[in-house]
Write a protein that binds this ligand. Structure first.
Ligand code: PXG
Length: 285
């Protein structure tokens, strides 16, 4: 028995969850998506994810064919129908069926797809030991192209970044913006710790406005840990006392090597570990 997938207006069997080959989501990567965690059967930070989805859609002039409450309810129904306790939701809205040209205004029946399933996580060992990352040549979108805050179905820059990282034997890629400042990793936000202060590139530097990032910043402030959002260079990462990544899948994970340089003490540092624990407890509470 396969999964129950939400498709447009209700749940269908996995084998019936099909979209047209003329859907511009497939033809052009024209659409938006979210990746959301489920902890103890609860959708984690659902409103924040939905807000980001609707904002991404607004920027690319895509009408999501249902209101936010209906979509939230559809997510809940999908989670329950698949009895997901610890898992992951992939929420996708495509532009819909058009012809072979680019014009999105003739597209009809944008597909709303919700998949609630298991999640593949980094092995526990990597949280203990920390990750290796590399700088990559593929940069984040220029703010005058599709804005990097839009979580669109076109992830090719990030996929090219991931390819570079894997080929260099690293788990993640550090991506820069068109000015040379640090933006983020291919699927995670990046942070440093310097003299006890947590530093993150501002989202204007070309990162996604990560939900995990926001939660971690709030938790750090609540704990009395200083947080600074400022542009970071490659230099700042190399000489950081600690470095870590945040994301829906990774939660909070330490980085211990970048471009052959050992970061901090070569193991996840005390602030990273504290924030990981705080996030872990918060997400599961
Ligand atoms: N930057 C990018 C480019 C992302 O795609 C993040 C940052 C972190 O944002 P959140 O809101 O998740 O804290 C993302 C999110 C995966 C996976 O399987 C990746 C993401 C989300 C879920 C799963 O690699 N990326």
């Amino acid at each position: 028995m396969g999964l129950k997938i939400w498709l447009n207006d209700g749940l269908v069997d996995e084998r019936d969850a099909k979209v047209s080959v003329f859907d511009h989501g497939l033809l052009y990567g024209d659409g938006v998506f979210e990746g959301i965690r489920v902890y103890n059967g609860n959708v984690f930070e659902g409103p924040a994810h939905l807000k980001r989805l609707y904002e991404s859609a607004k920027v690319i002039m895509l009408d999501i064919p249902m209101d936010i409450e209906t979509l939230a309810d559809a997510m809940e129904q999908t989670v329950r129908a698949n009895n997901v306790q610890e898992g992951y939701i992939r929420l996708i809205v495509t532009r819909g069926v058009g012809d072979l040209g680019l014009n999105p205004f003739i597209c009809k029946n944008g597909a709303t797809i919700i998949i609630a399933s298991e999640i593949r996580l980094y092995p526990e060992e990597l949280y203990e030991k920390g990750l290796k990352v590399v700088s990559v040549s593929s940069i984040r979108n220029h703010p005058l192209s599709c804005p990097p805050q839009v979580k669109s179905l076109n992830y090719l820059n990030n996929i090219l970044a991931k390819i570079e990282a894997i080929q260099a034997g690293a788990a993640e890629a550090i991506m820069y913006n068109h000015l040379g400042y640090v933006a983020e990793a291919s699927g995670d936000n990046v942070f440093t710790v310097r003299n006890g202060v947590v530093c993150a590139p501002p989202t204007q530097a070309g990162s996604l406005d990560g939900i995990t990032r926001d939660v971690v910043i709030k938790l750090a402030k609540k704990e009395g840990i200083g947080v600074q959002e400022k542009d970071l260079t490659r230099f700042d990462l190399y000489v950081a006392d600690e470095m870590f990544l945040t994301g829906t899948a990774a939660e909070v994970i330490g980085v211990v090597e970048m471009d052959g340089r050992v970061i901090g003490g070569g193991v996840p540092g005390p602030v990273t570990k504290r924030l990981r624990k705080l996030f872990f407890d918060y997400a599961r509470s």
